[in-house]
Write a protein that binds this ligand. Structure first.
Ligand code: DCP
Ligand code: CA
Ligand code: CA
Length: 373
């Protein structure tokens, strides 16, 4: 199949972190909700991570200091929430799995974005592109409760710009015949990878739109921004930057850590409390479609020191084996460190790999994952 006929979708979750908070607490719907990363230095220090559209109406934006957001929202009934990364990560993984069930190749771009190659799904027929977008949006909504915006184009750059242009809850199709007219009027910043600095540099030679950028000769552009960037800008501004949608490398490890009910060095007590985190890890591994050949433990002592032990094996471990190894590791750790009392304890799985003969994630379920391969 020629590169011209690819049909690529870019999926971007709407006001992602804030939308998850809304989803988990329906009372927040429609209100100005601001998810904040508190740096912990003072009660107010930190930045805005994500804001609902109701909050954006007052000028609140991601990356803005919390104090500034508070000022903008003075007198408004706004809700500021601390970031819960694990919660959003879980939703993110659910969304990615939903996409993987629908199309062949999914490239996770960030916690709230992915490219999906819909060439096979549509049979390369642009008349089916809209339907693809609708199906993606409907599946993501029904399986996770989240709304997203989908952009579809003949390559990743066009698809990404299309979704940016259609937020929120949008669907924008840019077939090959419309690429040029879609891109031309846009500002240079619309291109992925063009930030304020690069845009300012381009503006210094009078280049503000993609139309102007695409008309520029490669030589003066290279002198201004360097050869590599110039080549990207030239192709991307014409909608001709082709890069395959590729599944990224697996996550290297996954882990869970808990604060123990009370400080202890009793192995039974510790392992009992790690039961649930271990099960949740097994589930996460299942969701990722991987098995683990390595397991490690971590302890934070009452003196706030970190102590760890780990073992790896030649073959993937069953859930029972994991359990056993975790216990053994804690026994040896606490025997060796006879004066240590633990405040927190955790488990991590590493050497994650896809089991052989297993191509579809949907074929896994949490109970069986460690028996495969
Ligand atoms: N994020 C962050 N800090 C930033 C930008 C983003 O912590 N400066 C996080 C929070 C966002 C998530 O990444 O929810 C995704 O980033 P987006 O830029 O896609 O922003 P949103 O999803 O929040 O909004 P939009 O609806 O505009 O996509
Ligand atoms: Ca995004
Ligand atoms: Ca987003």
């Amino acid at each position: 199949m020629s590169t011209q006929s690819r049909i690529i979708a870019h999926v971007d979750l709407d006001y992602f972190f804030a939308q998850v908070e809304e989803l988990l607490n329906p009372e927040l719907v429609g209100k100005p909700v601001v998810v904040c990363v508190y740096s912990g230095r003072t009660a107010e220090s930190g930045v805005v991570s994500s804001a609902t559209y109701a909050a954006r109406r007052y000028g609140v934006r991601a990356g803005m200091p919390i104090a500034r957001a508070k000022k903008l929202l003075q007198g408004v009934e706004a809700i500021l929430l601390p970031l819960r990364r694990e919660v959003y990560q879980n939703f993110s993984e659910k969304v990615m799995d939903t996409l993987r069930r629908e199309v062949d190749t999914v490239e996770v771009e960030s916690v709230d974005e992915a490219f999906a190659d819909g060439t096979r799904w549509t049979g390369g027929d642009w008349r089916k592109a809209f339907q693809l977008g609708q199906v993606i949006k409907a599946r993501v909504l029904s399986e996770t409760g989240l709304r997203c915006t989908v952009g579809i184009g003949p390559n990743k750059v066009v698809a990404k710009i299309a979704s940016d242009s259609a937020k929120p809850d949008g669907l924008k199709i840019v077939p090959p015949s419309e690429v040029s007219s879609f891109l031309k009027p846009l500002k240079c910043e619309a291109l992925p990878g063009v930030g304020p600095k690069l845009a300012a540099r381009l503006a210094s030679i009078g280049v503000k739109t993609l139309d102007q950028l695409s008309a520029l000769e490669i030589e003066p552009l290279s002198q201004l921004v360097g050869h590599k960037t110039a080549q990207y800008l030239r192709l991307a501004s014409r909608g001709e930057y082709e890069e395959q949608v590729k599944e990224k490398k697996e996550r290297k490890q996954i882990g869970r850590i808990i604060t123990l009910k009370n400080d202890t060095r009793e192995v039974d007590e510790i392992v009992d409390q790690l039961e649930e985190p271990l099960a949740s890890l097994a589930e996460a591994a299942a969701r990722l479609g991987v098995v683990a050949r390595g397991v490690g433990i971590i302890g934070i002592t009452t003196r706030l020191e970190t102590v760890t032990r780990a073992r790896s094996f030649d073959t993937p471990l069953s859930f029972e084996e994991l359990h056993e190894i975790v216990r053994t590791l804690f026994v040896s750790l606490l025997t060796e460190l006879s004066d240590v009392v633990l405040r927190r304890a955790g488990v991590r799985l590493f050497a994650l790999e896809r089991p052989t003969h297993q191509t579809r994630l949907t074929a896994f379920n949490a109970d069986k994952v460690y028996e495969l391969g």
